[in-house]
Design a protein around this ligand. Structure first.
Ligand code: HEM
Length: 462
């Protein structure tokens, strides 16, 4: 069901919000409801308080200082929660997102250089091509479009371009289908996983997931081996960079495949949904959209949007950050306390689950001015206390793909804005839903109209 679009006191529309739990929820109801939408079990009070005790051994933390102490200070060694492990373990194996201790350290050290800023120009050349193709396809079929679906197609294309290309034995469409089936599998969350039932209880998710995981693993092995056999002289994509890095610092092929799948699992829906929510916000605020379009056309009037031009788009960047504040794809992440730890007035006991409800933190009324309102300017010339804005987490386990994601989203957004105008449609706006990541709970239908060439020129001249 979709809530109606609220109106603020000034008459400006208020962006769509998630529906959180209005009262305290017991453990059984928690497990029953959370399988469908985790937002339905996160207490609404997390929007107004900075600490809350949940059912059983769950803590919700929205205080920036406590968050810092947990992610960067005393609690930085706390492992990813068992609950996260149950949900995505079957898909990403021993990849970096779930690895712990020395194993994680080694992987992080090995892969960090791949995501370094110096590699972004090479990767974003592919994103620019995808952006241009996407804009052309939308311009050729103006009218209503599901931007959530289009955005997923774009980030999937990017992944297949930078991570899964170069094998003649597999058709591009088969790559995309295998990736889509794999990511659909991840988005489906089993109720049993949340209830933490013993491993021998059969999970529907495992049965459903066997074929997609097997297929995508075979694909991963295939592209790695094909590229190893046929290297480019200079790195042209992520796969080249990865193979180059592994030349000197070898790991088991299975671990490399785990990591390739980890990057797909962690980086596909997250970026796509940020782009979709970002377009929705621009449709809601046409004056902001015009403003951003002027910035983009001035910085990069034609050709694929390049990495080097992004520095001249501070307003687009602020818009992406405000989108990540209002709709953080990683809307909740968690740790298990492995020892009793007291931070301020709260003691986390060994075995307790510590939830970081990023969505609620980013809209907390004690921390933000007009948190429910869209104000991208809050990200221009201002810094916030560390721990208050954490779309990519923080500390040693901060998202390794943060810059990759911001670059990808900016390039795609700029490519679309230059060619098209987005407006709301008569269709209802879907509510945000949270399973593995936060996404629109249904199609996000906007209208897209190609800009006339003279309008584009006027826009760039202004
Ligand atoms: C808008 C896009 C994205 C968002 C909002 C996002 C968010 C996050 C968050 C919140 C975490 C930390 C989770 C925790 O501490 O438990 C994380 C970790 C991670 N992300 Fe992202 N992410 C995004 C894109 C990407 C991309 C594009 C990639 C790779 C291509 C990626 C790869 C990873 C990996 C490997 C980790 C685990 C790092 C570690 O544990 O050392 N993410 N992400």
């Amino acid at each position: 069901m979709c809530a109606r679009q609220a109106e603020s006191q000034t008459g400006a529309p208020v962006p769509m919000a998630a529906r959180l739990a209005s009262g305290q929820i017991g453990l059984i109801a928690f497990a029953r409801k959370a399988g469908k939408n985790i937002f339905s079990v996160i207490p609404e009070a997390t929007l107004h308080q900075t600490y809350l005790r949940g059912p059983a051994n769950i803590h919700y933390v929205c205080d920036p200082d406590t968050i810092m102490e947990l992610l960067v200070g005393k609690g930085r060694h706390f492992p990813k929660s068992q609950f996260t492990r149950n949900v995505i373990g079957a898909a990403v194996g021993k990849g970096m997102i779930l690895a712990e201790g020395e194993e994680w350290k080694e992987q992080r050290r090995r892969y960090a250089p791949l995501f370094a800023a110096r590699n972004l120009p090479v990767l974003s050349a592919h994103f620019g091509e995808t952006g241009q193709d996407m804009a052309r396809a939308m311009a050729a079929r103006p009218g209503e479009i599901d931007v959530a679906d289009a955005a997923q197609e774009a980030t999937l294309t990017n992944i297949s371009r930078v991570m899964f290309s170069g094998t003649e034995t597999v058709d591009k469409r088969d790559v995309r289908n295998a990736l889509r089936e794999f990511t659909d599998f991840i988005s489906y969350m089993s109720l049993f996983d949340l209830m933490g039932l013993p491993k021998w209880v059969p999970r529907l998710k495992w049965l459903k997931g066997k074929a997609p995981v097997r297929n995508v693993r075979a694909l991963g092995r295939n592209v790695i081996e094909s590229r190893r056999a046929k290297r480019h002289a200079e790195p042209e994509d992520f796969l080249d960079l990865m193979i180059e890095a592994l030349e000197e610092d070898r790991e088991e092929l299975d671990t490399t495949v785990d990591n390739l799948l980890t990057f797909v699992a962690a980086g596909y829906e997250t970026s796509a949904n940020t782009l979709a929510w970002g377009l929705y916000l621009l449709a809601l605020y046409p004056a902001v959209q015009d403003d951003l379009r002027r910035e983009v056309t001035a910085a990069c009037p034609d050709g694929p949007v390049r990495f080097e031009t992004l520095a001249a788009m501070p307003r687009v960047q602020a818009h992406v950050r405000e989108t990540l504040r209002l709709y953080p794809a990683g809307a909740l992440f968690a740790r298990d306390a492995t020892e009793d730890t007291t931070i301020g007035a709260v003691t986390f006991r060994r075995g307790d689950v510590i939830m970081f409800p990023v969505y609620a933190l980013h809209r907390n009324t004690r921390l933000w001015e007009a948190p429910e309102c869209y104000r991208a300017d809050r990200f221009i010339g201002t810094t916030f206390p560390r721990g208050q804005f954490i779309p990519f987490g923080d500390g040693p386990r901060i998202c390794i793909g943060a810059q990759y994601a911001e670059t990808e989203i900016m390039v795609l957004m700029a490519s679309l804005l230059r060619e098209l105008e987005f407006r709301p449609s008569a269709h209802p706006v879907p509510e945000p839903v949270l399973t593995f990541t936060m996404r629109p709970g249904g199609p996000m239908i906007l209208t897209a109209a190609p800009l006339k060439a003279p309008a584009r020129q006027a826009s760039s001249a202004a």
